[in-house]
Write a protein that binds this ligand. Structure first.
Ligand code: NAD
Length: 325
């Protein structure tokens, strides 16, 4: 039985991935600073470790065949645009030492979760910007420290592969969303934030829903079940170069808000307020993904949002009931 380590297994994608790997018969060790927040974790073994230390990384990777490296100090635009030093320092410590520990402990495969934030800002200046191909990443100009650190770690993985023979896999996520993800507290990302605001509008009867900027900035959004299936396929494949993992349907934040409101069955009044918006337009070019894996995400945005909204509306209602008690 393959012995697998999922770092960041207390987080959103790591928790879903752990459940997926367990359902496929893998033995899984989960590691994180925290346990999964919304339901019990499914890992065979779960250790609370701070992966900024080499000792912790060596402990996490002992006896492991394959690593899915997801641990990261991250959040939505509000968090990423305001915490550059913290993000660069913490994530460099986690990433570099997890990879080095994997080498020391003779891990065979190491999958690193990078991000669409590695792509240069100059290619994402308009809402209708062309979909991003993997080769677009150079000349490099990520917008934030978060993207610079991820790009540096991608390079380190490639060097470890060439110098030490560790089989590395590199995935660039484009906005993964779904139930069981952070929906409040400042680290939530836009789909969860909009679901939470629309649920509040529905439960309070106040139709105002705030979003940052004019709401015409664009992104693509990928449902979590597609994400974990893609991660597993990539790990099993022989593809070694960086690969996008996301949907290639571009939609504005206003458009996303309209879909959520329709799912909730209410009319909302969009209120545009100043705030960090990230790049103006971003979409994934999935040509290479289809070529490499013979697969691409297929769960429609509306279906994924309906499942996510239902879960978040329940969280919001429960939180309100607790606060009122
Ligand atoms: P998440 O914040 O839910 O999970 C990350 C986990 O890492 C958290 O549970 C956190 O406690 C843990 N962590 C942070 N510092 C740690 C440390 N020092 N030691 C051990 N664990 C630590 O985020 P997520 O959405 O599940 O993202 C998983 C990975 O995917 C991250 O590497 C992230 O950068 C990447 N990513 C995610 C998205 C997305 O849309 N969710 C997009 C691009 C890239």
């Amino acid at each position: 039985m393959t012995r697998t380590l999922v770092t960041g297994a207390g987080g959103f994608i790591g928790h879903w991935l752990t459940s997926y790997l367990r359902s496929r018969g893998y033995w899984v060790r989960g590691v994180d600073l925290v346990h999964p927040e919304y339901e019990p974790g499914k890992a065979n073994e779960f250790e609370i470790l701070d992966l900024r230390s080499m000792d912790a990384c060596l402990r996490a990777t002992r006896g492991i065949d394959e690593v899915y490296a997801l641990a990261s100090d991250m959040g939505g635009m509000g968090f990423i645009s305001g915490n550059h030093s913290q993000i660069a320092f913490n994530n460099t410590m986690i990433d570099f030492q997890t990879l080095e520990a994997a080498r020391v402990n003779r891990v065979r495969r190491f999958l690193y979760t990078s991000t669409a934030c590695v792509y240069p800002e100059y290619l994402q200046l308009s809402a209708g910007a062309a979909p991003l191909k993997e080769s677009d990443v150079y000349p490099a100009q990520p917008q934030d420290a978060y993207g610079w650190e991820k790009l540096t770690m991608e390079r380190l993985c490639e060097h470890y592969r060439d110098d030490y023979g560790i089989e590395t896999r590199l995935v660039r996520f484009h906005n993964i969303f779904g139930p069981l993800g952070t929906w409040r507290g400042g680290r939530e990302k836009v789909p969860a934030a909009l679901c939470q605001k629309v649920a509040m509008a529905k439960l309070t009867g106040d139709p105002r829903v705030e979003s940052w900027g004019d709401g015409e900035q664009t992104r693509s959004f990928c449902y979590i079940e597609d994400c974990v299936e893609g991660l597993h396929l990539l790990m099993r494949s022989s593809w070694r170069d960086p690969l996008n993992l996301g949907q290639d349907r571009m939609i504005s934040i206003n458009g996303l808000c309209d879909i959520v409101a329709e799912i909730a069955g209410i009319r909302v009044e969009k209120v545009h307020v100043p705030g960090p918006q990230g790049v103006r337009g971003r979409n994934s070019d999935n040509t290479l993904l289809r070529q490499a894996l013979g697969w691409s995400p297929s769960i429609p945005l509306e279906d994924g949002l309906a499942r996510t909204y239902a879960w978040i509306e329940k969280q919001v209602a429960e939180a309100r009931a607790t606060a009122a008690a």
